[in-house]
Write a protein that binds this ligand. Structure first.
Ligand code: MSP
Length: 648
């Protein structure tokens, strides 16, 4: 199957930010997944370089427009290269082949009678490169999309007969309910079209930085409307109007866009395609908007998240995982370092990283690093079946772009692995001489990790390649078929000792963003308080949510408990926090609990407390308890939870 995936092409009037990175990460994941399962895949991204806005930005910097566009376009391409984005083509609207293709399209629409010449007078927003009818303007004649002032422009213009396509578009939406994703956005588009479509002005004479009309029209003053120029990139990239070499990739399978540009992609774009007698893409998929720490990002606030900075501090793939996992596709998302750190520590470090560390540790101790799947089915058929059942449900989530659900489900495989280690405690079996069983558990977990890594590959390509390498295989379509489709097991291999892939992050690694809005608000409040001679007591004794989350509280399972000699108060506990080795915790609870009664029970542990010595013994955490006049009671989860689960 041929699978064509596109991102929007990014304006070259500023550098890439988190919103651009998000679309590109999703598209890259879709493309990688598609290649993995054996589809012939073409992934397009690029830059949108024409229009008045770009011309003006270049002038402000005193640079020739082409040089300015070259520089910014290169920053996008470099960033994607740094992020290992697997695009097949990086198109620029200043490419000659693109320009020729757009002219060919214009000619075809004109010949068909879908483009005609007239005059246009209207309120034009330079920033959005769009005309708006009076009825849509905000107070003071401002743009309804970006809020900036619009200007009245009267000019000779060519028009595209968008009105002609009102009914065909509505019929198309009706017949193809999956055309606009997520479905919740579909109604929005339909009601817009039902409200009536005006013909669209598709040329400009007020500036010259754009694609010129085809020579056959002899209109040197006119350049093309940037949205006509830009949207056409999706087919000119495949050779439309030039060599047509890759046109068999058309129609695209998924075209990703942000919700702000859905109208252009779900109305104008299909109308242009209908006019060109080209089939429509299968899905136009609109994602939500990212904010930072709950605030809209803007250059003036200085709170724009720079994807390079995040990746330098936290790792590109961890960042990428976070973005996909954190936000359901289509909904708005919030970037905060706290949320990123939590995902890294709990999902990546605890669930995934520890699993690898544990099997490396155990196979080193028990089998000289050799892992053999021979006895896995004999001792662990249930776990294997459970994992295969989970893996079999994953694929549709990818097609529906529900990547957060995909990952959530995939993580169940790690839970099966972690649980198997706890329940089958290979270290006990080894002591009992049941070596076959112990090694089968280690091999089971290695296989689960291998299978899950194959399915995580599209989202974390390098990390999973490292895991696969440690487990003696390579992630390819062949291994996907073998391990996932045919449910095969790993051939015997010597596990490679890799350093921990996800060291825990204890505190934010980047400087926090300036809080433009919230800085102003408290100032006013404090002043009022001063005026009324009210002290700021209310502020004292209160912590922020971020301060609370500095404490890492986890569920621990007590593996062992002993009385501390010569102490009437202390017990020595060995508590499993889902890490490679259990923690030793010295707890002052002997007056209330006997050592035996604690073994096998769960407790809540402060896990990031600096280790301390009590009666000469190291204590690596603190168990939580509540005490009143009637005694002391440990704080425990209401139902058993996996060791290492975060409390909070
Ligand atoms: N050049 C046009 C697209 C033409 S496609 C034929 C454009 N460029 S853009 O650079 O302004 O925006 C590109 C994408 O970034 C859009 O999909 C937009 O939704 C996305 N984002 C810009 N800011 C964003 C956030 N804060 N959050 C999420 N995505 C956002 O529009």
């Amino acid at each position: 199957m041929k699978n064509y995936i596109t991102t929007p092409i990014y304006y070259v009037n500023g550098e890439a930010h988190i919103g651009h990175a998000y679309t590109t990460f999703i598209a890259d994941s879709l493309a990688r997944y598609s290649r993995l399962i054996g589809n012939e895949t073409y992934f397009l991204t690029g830059t949108d370089e024409h229009g008045q806005k770009i011309e003006e930005s270049a002038q402000k910097q005193n640079k020739p427009t082409q040089i300015f566009a070259d520089e910014i376009s290169a920053t996008f391409r470099n960033l994607w290269n740094e992020f290992d984005i697997s695009y097949d083509q990086f198109i620029r609207t200043t490419d000659e082949t693109h320009k020729t293709g757009v002219q060919a399209a214009f000619e075809k629409m004109y010949a068909k009678g879908d483009i005609y010449k007239d005059f246009y007078e209207g309120n034009y927003c330079v920033s959005c490169e769009t005309f708006f009818p009076e009825s849509q303007l905000m107070d003071g004649g401002c743009c309804p999309d970006c809020g900036r002032a619009t200007t009245i422009v009267k000019e000779e213009s060519y028009f595209f007969r968008l009105s002609k396509y009102e009914k065909p578009l509505l019929d198309y939406y009706e017949a193809h309910p999956e055309f606009i994703l997520p479905k919740s956005r579909r109604n929005e588009v339909i009601s817009f079209v039902r409200g009536g479509l005006n013909d669209l002005s598709v040329t400009r004479t007020s500036f010259s930085w754009g694609v010129h009309l085809p020579a056959s029209l002899n209109e040197p003053k006119h350049v093309m409307y940037v949205w006509l120029d830009a949207l056409m990139n999706y087919v000119t990239a495949l050779g439309y109007g030039t060599d047509e070499a890759n046109m068999d990739f058309w129609p695209a399978n998924v075209q990703l866009v942000g919700k702000d540009i859905l109208r252009f992609h779900a109305i104008y774009w299909p109308a242009f395609l209908m006019s060109l007698d080209l089939p429509l893409p299968k899905h136009i998929a609109a994602h939500g908007w990212w904010t930072r720490d709950g605030e809209k990002m803007s250059k003036s606030k200085g709170n724009v998240v720079d994807p390079r900075e995040v990746s330098q501090h936290y790792g590109a793939e961890n960042f990428r995982y976070f973005m996909m996992r954190e936000v359901p596709f289509g909904q708005d998302g919030d970037f905060s370092q706290r949320a990123l750190i939590d995902r890294m520590n709990s999902d990546l470090s605890n669930d995934l990283g520890n699993l690898l560390n544990r099997i490396i540790g155990m196979s080193e101790k028990y089998s000289n690093l050799l892992v053999d799947s021979a006895d896995v089915e004999k001792f662990h058929a249930k776990e294997l079946n459970d994992a295969h059942a989970v893996l079999a449900t994953l694929e549709p989530y990818f097609y529906e772009l529900q990547l957060h659900r995909y990952l959530e489900e995939l993580w169940k495989v790690f839970s099966i692995g972690n649980k198997a280690i706890e329940e089958h405690a290979p270290w006990v079996k080894i002591k009992e001489g049941r070596t076959d069983e112990a090694l089968a558990t280690v091999a089971l977990v290695a296989n689960l990790l291998a299978k899950a890594s194959v399915m995580l590959h599209a989202i974390m390509p390098k990390t999973t390649a490292t895991i696969a390498d440690a487990l003696g295989f390579e992630i390819t379509t062949e291994s996907y078929n073998d391990l996932i489709i045919h449910k095969g097991l790993l051939k015997p291999f010597t596990i490679k000792k890799v350093p921990p892939l996800f060291p825990r992050v204890e505190e934010p690694l980047m400087q926090e963003a300036p809080k433009a809005m919230s800085e102003e608000a408290p100032k006013v409040e404090l002043k009022q308080m001063d005026d009324k001679k009210v002290s700021t007591v209310a502020e004292e004794g209160v912590i922020t949510i971020d301060q609370f989350f500095q404490t890492s509280i986890k569920i621990g399972t007590v593996l062992n408990a002993q009385e501390v000699p010569k102490s009437s108060k202390l017990l020595k506990l060995h508590v499993d926090l889902g890490e490679e080795t259990p923690r030793q915790i010295i707890a002052g609870i002997r007056e209330y609990y006997s050592a035996e009664s604690l073994i096998g029970t769960q407790v809540c542990v402060v896990a990031n407390l600096k280790p301390a010595k009590l009666m000469g013994m190291l204590s690596e955490g603190m168990v939580l308890a509540a005490k009143d006049s009637e005694g002391l009671s440990l704080i425990r989860p209401e139902k058993p939870r996996l060791s290492g689960s975060s409390v909070g």
